[in-house]
Each structure stands twice: as structure tokens, then as C-alpha cells.
Design a protein around this ligand. Structure first.
Ligand code: IPD
Ligand code: CA
Ligand code: CA
Ligand code: CA
Length: 269
């Protein structure tokens, strides 16, 4: 019930004129709705769970330390796909994950345009509007549809690696590569079996936290781009329906270094 309250704010704001500004780069957009929804989510959850901690995209941008401890922690992306939201391109989500002792326990992602609600709780399965989710069982990468997203870095050297990775995956061969502009919804498509694999350099812990629970509970794999265990703060991920497809994707990738979400800005100074 609480979740609908947050999503309604996004849904009604889609139709209105937006106040858009940029953060780290001219393409890193934020609107007043991003702030409004994050504040609403955190204040609502804090009232219910006063001892819990919070990691949110816009709070982190405002200087709140992005740190995952053993404490129960909500990991929030108030609007995933802000650029889509600005353009009314219909791939926008609210994503809330929950971790205890650094283990992801809960994930809820709401697709604000079509009203699809993805939910999962560790050990209890993953669901889309109440219907159980199951990842693709495809093991042959030549029959795979691959999803990725473009990170914030757009300098020529980074774009060369990005395009090189895409080229390798397209010519693996695979059925194709898609970019939809929302990491969380792309990951939900892995959970539902609509695509076989996803990879990205440059996403954040709030892009992956909820989706990782949903994919794992749908029977899929979520890991580091090296093939090792997922590090939520590492800003890189590979997710796939089967281990075989994940391994093939991992083999094709040249890394792009984005640093870590939990780097203290003071350490960089
Ligand atoms: C972004 C989107 C985008 C992805 C970026 C994310 P935001 O999230 O998911 O598709 O490429 O890495 O940061 O900023 O719209 O919440
Ligand atoms: Ca953003
Ligand atoms: Ca996001
Ligand atoms: Ca966001």
C-alpha cells in the first residue's frame, strides 16, 4: 500500500511540466520529482522503521555518505530512468531494495507507465503483479537477447570500450542488444525471461539492489563483470538467466572503471 503512494507521485508528475537540472554532467539529469519521491519514501519508511538506515540516490548526491553496514538498510532509487521521465519515454520505475547484514532481502520495482509491480523476498520467490517470475532457461548465447545501459561517462575512450563490448556481443553472435534507459526495468526483463542477459558498467547500488533479489528469486544469476560474486558498491554487474550465458557475456567484456559508490568524496580530494 505504501508503495502505491510513492508511485502515484511519479505517475501524476509525468503529465506535468518538469523542472530539470543536471548533476555531475550535462546528461546526468534530475527533477524536483526525483527529490520529492526520495524524501517521501525515506520519511514514510523512517516513521515505520526508526532504527533503519537509508541509501538513496538523491541523498547521496547531496553528500549523505553512501555506506552499506550490517544494519537493516533501505536502498532507494526514487526515479530510475530520469532522462526517460523528462521525455515521457515510457520506461520509468521506482526501485526499493532492503538489505540486512549486507545481504539483499527484499526488492520492489514499480514500472510507472504500465503499472507493473515486481516484488521479491529472499527465499519466497519473485512475482510480477502476483504472477511468479521465471528467468529464461536458454544456455546458448547465439540465441540470447542481451540488454545493457549507457553509463554517465561519454568521453571518446569510454565510448570506444562501450561500443567495443557491444560489438563483441552482437557478433558473438547473439540475437541482439537493447538499451531501454532504465537499469532496473532492464533487470526486471531478465527476471521475467524476456531477455537472457544484462551487463553494465557505471550503474549504482540503487539501480541493482531491488532487481538483484528479484532476479535471484526468479532463478537467475547476478554477479560481478569478472564472473565473481556481486559487489553492490562496485558499479558493475552481469545478470543472466543461466550461468552459461553469464559466462559467455563475462568473457566478452572489457572493463570501464567508474570507481565505487562507497568511496568517501573526501578521500578523492
Ligand atoms: C540511470 C538509468 C540509466 C543507466 C544509468 C542509471 P537514473 O538511472 O538506469 O539507464 O544507464 O547508469 O544511473 O539516474 O535515471 O536513476
Ligand atoms: Ca540519476
Ligand atoms: Ca537509477
Ligand atoms: Ca534515479
Amino acid at each position: 500500500f505504501l508503495f502505491w503512494k510513492f508511485c502515484l507521485v511519479v505517475q501524476s508528475a509525468v503529465k506535468q511540466e518538469k523542472q530539470v537540472s543536471s548533476k555531475s554532467t550535462p546528461t546526468d539529469l534530475v527533477t524536483e520529482t526525483d527529490h520529492q519521491v526520495e524524501e517521501l519514501i525515506i520519511s514514510t519508511l523512517r516513521e515505520k522503521y526508526p532504527t533503519h538506515r537509508f541509501i538513496g540516490e538523491e541523498s547521496s548526491a547531496a553528500g549523505v555518505k553512501c555506506e552499506l553496514t550490517d544494519d537493516p538498510t533501505w536502498i532507494i532509487d526514487p526515479i530510475d530512468g530520469t532522462c526517460n521521465f523528462v521525455h515521457s519515454f515510457p520506461m520509468v520505475a521506482v526501485s526499493i531494495g532492503f538489505a540486512v547484514r549486507k545481504e539483499l532481502e527484499l526488492g520492489v520495482i514499480y514500472h510507472c507507465f504500465d503499472g507493473t509491480l515486481y516484488t521479491a523476498r529472499k527465499g519466497h520467490g519473485a512475482f510480477c503483479n502476483g504472477v511468479r517470475l521465471q528467468v529464461s532457461k536458454e544456455k546458448d548465447v547465439s540465441k540470447a537477447l542481451i540488454l545493457t545501459e549507457i553509463g554517465a561517462k561519454r568521453d571518446p575512450a569510454t565510448l570506444d570500450i562501450f561500443l567495443g563490448n557491444m560489438k563483441k556481443l552482437l557478433s558473438a553472435p547473439t540475437h541482439g542488444v537493447r538499451i531501454i534507459g532504465s537499469s532496473t526495468l532492464a533487470l526486471c526483463h531478465i527476471a521475467s525471461g524476456a531477455a537472457e542477459a544484462y551487463y553494465q558498467y557505471g550503474l549504482h547500488c540503487w539501480d541493482i539492489a531491488a532487481a538483484a533479489v528479484i532476479i535471484r528469486e526468479a532463478g537467475g544469476h547476478v554477479m560481478d563483470t569478472t564472473g565473481g560474486p556481486l559487489d553492490l558498491m562496485s558499479r558493475r554487474v552481469v545478470a543472466a538467466g543461466t550461468r552459461e550465458i553469464a559466462d559467455c557475456v563475462v568473457k566478452q567484456l572489457q572493463p570501464i572503471n567508474y570507481g565505487r559508490d562507497d568511496t568517501d568524496p573526501d578521500d578523492l580530494a
